[in-house]
Design a binder for this molecule. Structure first.
Ligand SMILES: Cc1ncc(COP(=O)(O)O)c(C=O)c1O
Length: 485
């Protein structure tokens, strides 16, 4: 795949690059090179794309070609650009980088980095005993070939029992175990969406869901969520379903990522009815359903209102238990599960047996594990909101009633610039635009509260310092001169 970014496109991505912190101290070419490195670090400029020719970028940015030449030279020297004479220059990363769990590239030697790009907890203490007990169970499976495309029966029973306990009677043949919720989404899209199909998603939404949709070349329309506690606008959401008649809608009604919103029961019922009338399949991501905080009561699962097999629910172990388990699932009708399992043999055949057995043991201990997670998350959320109120009082925060993230409204459209500057002081951020489609959401930042309180307070301190520096950065010097006639 060869792709190329044109001068005007790169200029748009670079935005206010000349206003980055420290600008007063660094020459233009270094600031430009730094801004390109920042775009690579936050994933907005992919690896292996051809950058515009020097002259083209100089014209798009209205700066001298020598500045671009010097910036490209610096990027080559730092290992961020490979050039072949006469052919062009391609983005790359120096060998000291690895792919982070966010899918982004991060430095290898980043032990001091506080990673606020990932919204997931470290493993609970119960994980190791669960793994040992699972190994003891393994002999029961070793006599067979070990391929279970829908999952081992014990785990399917445990997951089905979880739904039934939430008021949604479910049998094990309605469950397919997957290698994580993301895998569940990918499989469902393969089955339910032809390439180029029309999909409705929330904005902001989970970036890796957008990546899965992009892989299906989906045509995406968005429903904008309000920043206040209401979240979804019922009329607009139902109107988008009725008028747009998308093939599929992907929604996260339980402590939405990134906003933390919880969809009320009444809207759940109306969304299912509207989807049925419009011929839309609903993919409901329940990744955070186990994590209500402060005793918040959960509305019924969206699938409770489904009479026509319109709702496919996906979920998994990553948020309440551990992402490293890579265990997720799909809840659908039994025939849909059979079709998904058939599609899966062309992808990965089945999930690992041992990991599924670990999941069975963790689910057997669910009430205790999940209660401890909620207590921990509520305390960390409060530590984060307190630190923000003290150090960055102009940022607006609505504390969510569950989940693991704050969706912060910043005091200006500075999210990407802040993320680049924060990287310099050892804080990794996921800037607002990563949660949308079109480079908007610059006024927003997702902050997870999955790290210990002390790390969160330290990170906020560093962000406050960097925020102050952004203001002190010099104004662009090459604004059009006023005509004097
Ligand atoms: C809404 C949502 N869906 C899916 C995932 C991916 O989960 P998993 O690790 O189970 O693949 C995440 C993880 O952040 C998420 O927030």
């Amino acid at each position: 795949m060869t792709s190329q970014v044109r001068g005007v496109q790169l200029a748009r991505l670079l935005g206010q690059w000349h206003a980055l912190p420290g600008r007063r101290r660094s020459p233009d070419y270094a600031a430009l090179a730094g801004a390109v490195r920042g775009l690579l670090a936050d994933g907005r400029l992919p690896l292996g794309v051809r950058l515009p020719a020097e002259r083209e970028l100089a014209e798009a940015l209205r700066i001298s070609r020598t500045t671009v030449t010097a910036a490209y030279r610096q990027l080559r020297e730092s290992g961020h650009l490979a050039s072949r004479r006469g052919a062009g220059s391609w983005t790359m990363l120096p060998g000291t980088h690895r792919v982070a769990s966010t899918g982004l590239w991060t430095p290898l030697d980043d032990r001091d980095m506080i990673d606020l790009g990932v919204a997931a907890l470290a493993a609970p203490p119960e994980l190791l005993p669960a793994a040992r007990a699972a190994a003891e169970d393994l002999p029961r499976y070793l006599g067979g070939a070990g391929y279970h495309p829908t999952g081992v029966i014990e785990l399917r029973e445990a997951v089905a029992a979880g739904y039934t306990a939430r008021g949604l009677p479910t049998s094990p043949d309605q469950i397919m175990v997957t290698s994580g919720t993301q895998h569940a989404l990918d499989l469902v899209l393969r089955l339910a969406l032809a390439p180029g199909g029309n999909v409705l998603v929330e904005s902001p939404t989970y970036p890796n869901a957008l990546a899965a949709l992009a892989a299906r070349r989906a045509r995406i329309t968005t429903h904008g969520l309000a920043t206040d506690a209401a979240g979804w606008d019922a009329d607009l959401l139902l109107g988008s379903l009725r008028q747009g008649r998308p093939k599929l809608a992907y929604l996260i009604p339980d402590f939405q990522n990134p906003t933390g919103h919880l969809m009320p029961a009444e809207l759940r019922e109306r969304v299912v009815a509207a989807a049925h009338a419009a011929g839309t399949d609903l993919v409901i991501d329940e990744s955070f359903v186990d994590l209500p905080l402060d005793g918040t009561e959960l509305p019924p699962p969206v699938a409770t209102f489904d009479r026509h097999s319109r709702v496919i629910s996906i979920g998994g172990m990553s948020k309440p238990y551990w992402g490293g388990l890579r265990i997720g699932w799909v809840r659908a009708s039994a025939p849909q599960v059979q079709r998904l399992a058939a599609a899966r043999v062309g992808v990965d055949m089945a999930s690992p047996v041992l990991d599924q057995l670990v999941a069975v043991h963790l689910l057997a201990d669910a009430p205790a594990i999940v209660a401890a997670r909620r207590t921990q998350l509520a305390a960390q959320r409060d530590a984060l909101t307190d630190a923000l109120a003290r150090r960055l009082p102009d940022w607006r925060v609505t504390a969510p009633r569950g989940g693991v993230t704050l969706w912060v409204e910043l005091d200006g459209p500075i999210s990407s610039a802040l993320a680049r500057a924060a990287e310099e002081v050892g804080v990794r951020l996921a800037p607002g635009p990563r949660f949308g489609l079109d480079g908007t959401l610059e006024r927003f930042l997702r902050l997870p509260f999955t790290l210990p309180a002390a790390d969160l307070a330290e990170a906020v301190g560093r962000l406050a310092a960097v925020r102050y520096d952004l203001d002190r950065a010099s104004r662009p010097r090459w604004q059009e001169p006023a005509v004097i006639a």
